[in-house]
Write a protein that binds this ligand. Structure first.
Ligand SMILES: Nc1nc2c(c(=O)[nH]1)N[C@H]1C(S)=C(S)[C@@H](COP(=O)(O)OP(=O)(O)OC[C@H]3O[C@@H](n4cnc5c(=O)[nH]c(N)nc54)[C@H](O)[C@@H]3O)O[C@H]1N2
Ligand SMILES: Nc1nc2c(c(=O)[nH]1)N[C@H]1C(S)=C(S)[C@@H](COP(=O)(O)OP(=O)(O)OC[C@H]3O[C@@H](n4cnc5c(=O)[nH]c(N)nc54)[C@H](O)[C@@H]3O)O[C@H]1N2
Ligand code: SF4
Ligand SMILES: [Mo]
Length: 895
C-alpha cells in the first residue's frame, strides 16, 4: 500500500509587511492546511485574521489563466512577442523615456530585480515606479536625509523591550496585527510599559492606548518639533552623541524653538496637558520606539513628518540601541525588498542612486551599454505623462492603479488614452485589467518561489506549494522573456529565482567599501539547495556565515557619514476645507480586507467584518446632515463622488470623514475613494496626500433598501442600472446589498431580470405588500435547495437577518417551515448574530451585545470563555473592549 505522503513547507504570508512565517502541510490531494510557523522570528506562531483565512482565497474563480490580446486568448509566444514589439516600437520612434513600468511592493524581490534591471539597465529609462510611492516613499526620503541611506535601524524585539511605544499615524491593531499582538503581550508582562497613539481617529489601536492624542490632521510636524524643544530645554539632549555623530543640530533647534507647548496645543488641537504628558513620557524613558505609518507618510509634509520624528530620536540618542528608535512600518509584504532592488524611479539599484560613479558601477556590473543616467517619473507624474501622450506604452504589474492612485479617474483617462497598455495580474477582472491591450496571467502566492523582506529588514523565503494553474507564470519569467525578445538574451538568461537572487546579492556587495549598508554579499553564491533552505535573516549579511544584524550599528557608530538633523517646517495640508467642502476626507484600511479586494474579497470569513463601503462620521456631524445609521450617503470632493453606508462613530473627530480604500468598481457601484482624493504630493518624496481632501457629504434619499442572495457569483454588469449595489462573498452564496431611489409598482418583472435565468422547474415564492414597500422572493430548485432570494424593504432596519438567510444556502433542502419563513421575511427561531466581530470563531456583534448586556459578561476574558470570541488570533480584542464600553449604562452608545 502506498504510504500517505505529507508535505510540509515553510513560507511567508503574502499580506502585510510584518512578514509572518507560515507552515503549510498538505496530505496528498487534500487542500493545504496553512498555519503560523512557530519558529519564524516575525511571528513565533502568531497569525492574524487575514493570514488565518488564506485557505479561502486560493480558488481559481475569476483567475486570469491565459494570456489575452485585446480580450482574445492567445498563446504565450504571441503575447510576449506583442509586448516586446509594442515596447520596441515606442522606444524606436520616441526614445526610451516613452515607455514605463508601474510595479508593486507585492512582487517578490526576484521579480522586482528583473523588472528594474530591464527598464533601467537595458531599456535605458528610469520610468519605472511602484505603488510603494503611494506608501513608503516619504519614509525612504526621510531615512535618506537623516542617514544618507534608506535604513530602518531597529527590529521587532525593540517593541518588546521598549518602555514607551509611540504609534504615529498607524492603526497597527488592524494593519500590523501580529506586531500589535507582540506589543500587547509585552504590555501584559510589563505593566509599566506605555502605549501612546497619535491619530485623529480613535481607532482600535488608539482604544488600547494609555494615551491617545487625537491630533488635527496634518499637525504632526508641530507636535514633534515641540517634542524636540521640550527635550532640548529640559536637558534630554545627548550632547556628546550630537557632537560626535550628527550634524545640523543648531538649525533644527532654531526652527523648533518656536514650538512651545501652548502653540503645539493650538496647532494640534489637543489639550496642552495631554501633549506634555506625551513629552514627559518620551523624555523620561531611554527606551522609546516611535512607530509610524501612513498617517505620517501620506501627506504633503510626509517627509518632514518622518524627519521631525527622527530628529527627536537623534537629539536624545534614542536609536541604534535595544528598545529604542524610529521605526517605519512597511505596508506590503515586499515593500522593503523593492527598496533594496531600487524599484523607485529615483533610485537606481541596491541602495545606489543616480550619481555618476554609481551609474557607472551598475552599468559595469550589468554589462549594459544603455543604462539610465537620471531619475524617472514618480507615480502621479507618470500617470500625468501617460495622459499627456508622452508615454506611449506602459506595463503594470501587481497593482491596481485605477483604484489606488489619487484622482483615480485621471488614471482611468490616462490608460484609455495610452497607445499600448500591458497588465500582469493574477485576476481576470479588476478595474485596471479592463483597460489592458495585453493581459498576462501571473502566478499567485503559493504558486511562486522567491524572497521578501519585512519591516525589520528580514529576508524570508516564499515557497510554492501549489501547481501553476492554467498558463499562469511567475513574474520574473514573464519579464525575462520580454527582456530576451528585446535582444538582451544574456542579461535575462535566468533559469530559476535562485539565479536572480544571487545576482542581486552580488550587486549589493559589488565595489561596496562599506558606504552602502545594504550588503547581502554573503548570500551571493547560494546553491539551489541553500537558497531553498535559506532561513529568515536580517541584513546586512556581508559574509556567507553571517546570521544577520538585528540593529544597525553604523547608523550612528561614527564609521559612516554623520546622521543629519533636518529642519522641518510645520505647514498645513495643501487643500484647506471651505464652506463648499467643509469636511476633511481621510482614507485607510479595515481589519479584514486587503487593498482592492482581489484576494480577501474571495473569503466569506474576511468579508463578514466590514461588508460594505462606509463613511464614518461623528454623530453630531451626522445629525447636522441628517445622516441616519446604515442609510446611504454621498461623499463628494472636487475630484469625484462615491456612495457609502453611514457609520455614526464617536471615535471620529468632528469635521472629518473616514472612508476605507478597499471597495472598487468590481465590488460596488461607486465606492472608489481614490477617485475623490486630491492628487497633491509631498514635494520631496512624491507621495500623495491620501489622508486629507476637502469634502462634503449628504444623505441619498433611497426609497428602498434590500439585498439579493445567489448561489452563483453575480457579475457586476447585472447591477449596473441600480442606484446602489455592493457584492459580498458568503459561504455557499454571494450577497448583493442594494438600494434604489424609486419604488416599483410591480417588482416581479424586475426581480426576474435581476435573478437571471431561473430554472423552469424552480419554485418561485413571492410576497409583496400592497404599497410595494416590502417585497420578498425566493427561487427554490426542484431538489429543494435555495438558489436565490431577494428581500426589499423601506428601511435598512426592516430587512430580514442576513446570516439566517445565508445559512439556508448550506442546507441540502428547505422544508415547509423555511419556505414560510422566507415569505414572512423572518424566522421565528433565528436570531441575527449581526456583523462578525471575531472572525476566527464567527461571533457576531448582536450575540456579543446580548452576552454583555443580558449576561453581564463585562470583560474580554469572560466573553472568551463563553463565546470563544478573541481567543484565537486576538485581533478583535480592541473591538470587544469597545463593545463592552459601549454597553455600559453611563456611556452614550457608540455607533
Ligand atoms: N487589514 C489590512 N492591513 C494592511 C493593509 C490592508 O489593506 N488591510 N495594507 C498594508 C499596507 S500596504 C499598508 S501601507 C499599511 C498601512 O497601515 P496604517 O498606516 O496603519 O493604516 P491606514 O489605515 O492607512 O492609516 C493609518 C492611520 O493614519 C491616520 N491619520 C490620518 N491622517 C493623519 C495625520 O495627519 N496624522 C496622524 N498622526 N495620523 C493620521 C488615519 O486616521 C489612520 O488611522 O497596512 C498594511 N496592512
Ligand atoms: N485613498 C487611498 N488610496 C491609497 C492608500 C490610502 O491609504 N488611501 N494607500 C496606498 C497604499 S499604501 C498602497 S500599498 C496601495 C495599494 O494599492 P494596489 O497595489 O493598487 O492594491 P492591490 O489590491 O494590492 O493590487 C495588487 C494587484 O496585483 C495582483 N497581484 C497579486 N499578486 C500578484 C503577483 O504575484 N503578480 C502579479 N503580476 N499580480 C499580482 C492582485 O490581483 C491585484 O490586482 O494603495 C494606495 N492607495
Ligand atoms: S500580521 Fe500581516 S504578515 Fe502576519 S499574518 Fe497578518 S497579514 Fe499576514
Ligand atoms: Mo502600502
Amino acid at each position: 500500500m502506498a504510504e500517505e505522503q505529507t508535505k510540509t513547507i515553510r513560507t511567508t504570508c503574502p499580506y502585510c509587511g510584518v512578514g509572518c512565517g507560515l507552515k503549510v502541510t498538505q496530505r496528498q490531494d487534500d487542500a493545504p492546511v496553512i498555519q503560523p510557523d512557530p519558529d519564524h522570528p516575525a511571528n513565533y506562531g502568531r497569525v492574524c485574521t487575514k493570514g488565518a483565512a488564506l485557505g479561502e482565497t486560493l480558488d481559481h474563480d475569476d483567475r486570469l489563466l491565459q494570456p489575452q490580446l485585446r480580450g482574445r486568448p492567445v498563446d504565450w509566444d504571441t503575447a510576449l512577442d506583442t509586448v516586446a514589439d509594442g515596447l520596441r516600437q515606442a522606444i524606436d520612434r520616441y526614445g526610451p523615456d516613452s515607455v514605463a513600468f508601474y510595479v508593486s511592493g507585492q512582487l517578490l524581490t526576484e521579480d522586482y530585480y528583473v523588472a528594474n534591471k530591464l527598464m533601467k539597465g537595458f531599456i535605458g529609462s528610469a520610468n519605472i515606479d511602484t505603488n510603494s510611492r503611494l506608501c513608503m516613499s516619504s519614509a525612504v526620503a526621510g531615512h535618506q536625509r537623516a542617514f544618507g541611506e534608506d535604513l530602518v535601524p531597529g527590529c521587532y524585539e525593540d517593541l518588546e523591550q521598549a518602555d514607551v511605544i509611540v504609534i504615529v499615524g498607524g492603526n497597527s491593531a488592524w494593519c500590523h496585527p501580529v506586531l500589535f499582538q507582540r506589543i500587547q503581550a509585552a504590555r501584559e508582562r510589563r505593566s509599566n510599559m506605555r502605549l501612546i497613539v497619535i491619530d485623529p481617529r480613535r481607532t482600535a489601536t488608539a482604544d488600547m492606548a494609555d494615551l491617545h492624542l487625537a491630533v488635527r490632521p496634518g499637525s504632526d510636524v508641530a507636535l514633534f518639533n515641540g517634542l524636540f524643544r521640550y527635550l532640548d530645554d529640559n536637558g534630554y539632549a545627548d550632547r556628546s552623541f550630537i557632537d560626535a555623530e550628527t550634524e545640523g543640530y543648531t538649525s533644527a533647534r532654531d526652527v523648533c524653538a518656536a514650538f512651545d507647548p501652548d502653540r503645539v496645543a493650538v496647532d494640534c488641537d489637543v489639550e496642552r496637558q495631554a501633549i506634555e504628558d506625551f513629552y514627559r513620557s518620551f523624555a523620561e524613558h531611554e527606551r522609546v520606539v516611535t512607530l509610524f505609518s501612513q498617517g505620517v507618510n501620506q501627506a504633503s509634509s510626509g517627509t518632514d513628518k518622518v524627519n521631525a520624528i527622527i530628529n527627536c530620536h537623534l537629539l536624545s540618542h534614542r536609536l541604534g540601541k535595544p528598545g529604542c528608535g524610529p521605526f517605519s512600518l512597511t505596508g506590503q509584504p515586499n515593500a522593503m525588498g523593492g527598496r533594496e532592488v531600487g524599484g523607485l524611479a529615483n533610485t537606481l539599484a541596491a541602495h545606489m542612486g543616480f550619481e555618476a560613479d554609481n551609474v557607472d558601477r551598475v552599468r559595469r556590473f550589468w554589462d549594459s551599454d544603455s543604462i539610465a543616467g537620471e531619475p524617472g517619473l514618480k507615480a502621479v507624474d507618470l500617470f500625468n505623462a501617460i495622459e499627456a501622450g508622452q508615454i506611449k506604452a506602459v506595463w503594470i504589474m501587481a497593482t491596481n492603479p485605477l483604484v489606488s492612485l489619487p484622482d483615480a479617474d485621471q488614471a482611468r483617462r490616462a490608460l484609455s488614452a495610452c497607445d499600448f497598455v500591458v497588465v500582469s495580474d493574477c485576476m481576470a477582472t479588476t478595474d485596471t485589467t479592463q483597460y489592458a491591450d495585453v493581459l498576462l496571467p501571473a502566478a499567485a502566492w503559493g504558486e511562486k518561489d522567491g524572497t521578501v523582506t519585512n519591516s525589520e529588514r528580514r529576508i524570508s523565503r516564499q515557497h510554492a506549494f501549489l501547481p501553476l494553474p492554467g498558463e499562469a507564470r511567475p513574474d520574473w519569467w514573464i519579464i525575462s522573456e520580454v527582456g530576451k525578445r528585446l535582444g538582451h538574451e544574456q542579461a535575462f538568461d535566468y533559469r530559476q529565482p535562485a539565479d536572480i537572487f544571487s545576482e542581486h546579492a552580488r550587486l549589493s556587495a559589488f565595489e561596496n567599501d562599506g558606504s552602502r549598508l545594504f550588503n547581502i554579499g554573503g548570500l551571493g553564491a547560494l546553491s539551489q539547495t541553500e537558497y531553498d533552505a535559506l532561513t529568515p535573516r536580517q541584513w546586512p549579511l556581508k559574509n556567507a556565515d553571517d546570521t544577520g544584524s538585528a540593529r544597525l550599528s553604523g547608523v550612528t557608530d561614527g564609521t559612516r557619514q554623520p546622521a543629519r538633523f533636518v529642519t522641518t517646517m510645520a505647514r498645513p495640508p495643501v487643500h484647506a476645507v471651505s464652506a463648499e467642502y467643509p469636511f476633511i476626507l481621510n482614507s485607510g484600511r479595515v481589519r479584514d480586507h486587503w487593498h482592492t479586494l482581489t484576494r480577501t474579497g474571495k473569503s466569506p470569513r474576511l468579508s463578514a467584518h466590514r461588508d460594505e463601503p462606509f463613511v464614518a462620521i461623528h454623530p453630531d456631524d451626522a445629525d447636522a446632515l441628517a445622516l441616519q445609521e446604515n442609510t446611504l450617503a454621498e461623499v463628494e470632493t472636487r475630484w469625484g463622488r462615491l456612495n457609502a453606508r453611514v457609520r455614526r462613530d464617536n471615535g471620529q473627530r468632528r469635521g472629518e470623514l473616514f472612508v476605507p480604500i478597499h471597495w472598487n468598481d468590481v465590488y460596488s457601484q461607486r465606492a472608489r475613494v481614490g477617485a475623490l482624493v486630491n492628487p497633491v504630493v509631498d514635494p520631496l518624496s512624491g507621495e500623495p496626500e491620501f489622508k486629507h481632501t476637502p469634502a462634503r457629504a449628504r444623505p441619498v434619499a433611497m426609497a428602498w433598501y434590500g439585498f439579493l442572495m445567489t448561489r452563483e457569483a453575480p457579475a457586476p454588469q447585472r447591477f449596473s442600472g441600480l442606484d446602489y449595489w455592493t457584492r459580498v462573498r458568503g459561504y455557499a452564496h454571494w450577497r448583493v446589498e442594494m438600494a434604489g431611489l424609486e419604488v416599483q409598482k410591480n417588482w416581479a418583472p424586475w426581480a426576474r431580470r435581476l435573478l437571471g435565468a431561473v430554472r423552469p422547474d424552480a419554485d418561485w415564492l413571492e410576497f409583496s405588500d400592497h404599497a410595494g414597500r416590502n417585497y420578498r422572493v425566493a427561487s427554490i430548485a426542484s431538489d429543494g435547495r435555495l438558489d436565490a432570494c431577494l428581500m426589499l424593504a423601506a428601511t435598512p432596519a426592516a430587512l430580514p437577518a442576513r446570516d439566517w438567510l445565508g445559512g439556508l444556502f448550506a442546507r441540502a433542502a428547505l422544508d415547509s417551515g423555511d419556505r414560510m419563513a422566507l415569505l414572512a421575511g423572518r424566522d421565528a427561531g433565528a436570531s441575527d448574530a449581526g456583523a462578525i466581530v471575531c472572525s476566527c470563531h464567527a461571533v457576531g456583534r448582536n450575540t456579543l451585545i446580548q452576552a454583555i448586556s443580558e449576561e453581564g459578561l463585562n470583560s474580554t476574558e469572560a466573553l472568551g470563555r463563553k463565546l470563544k470570541a478573541g481567543t484565537n488570533c486576538g485581533a478583535c480584542i480592541p473591538e470587544l473592549r469597545q463593545l463592552i464600553a459601549s454597553c455600559q449604562p453611563a456611556d452614550s452608545a457608540v455607533s
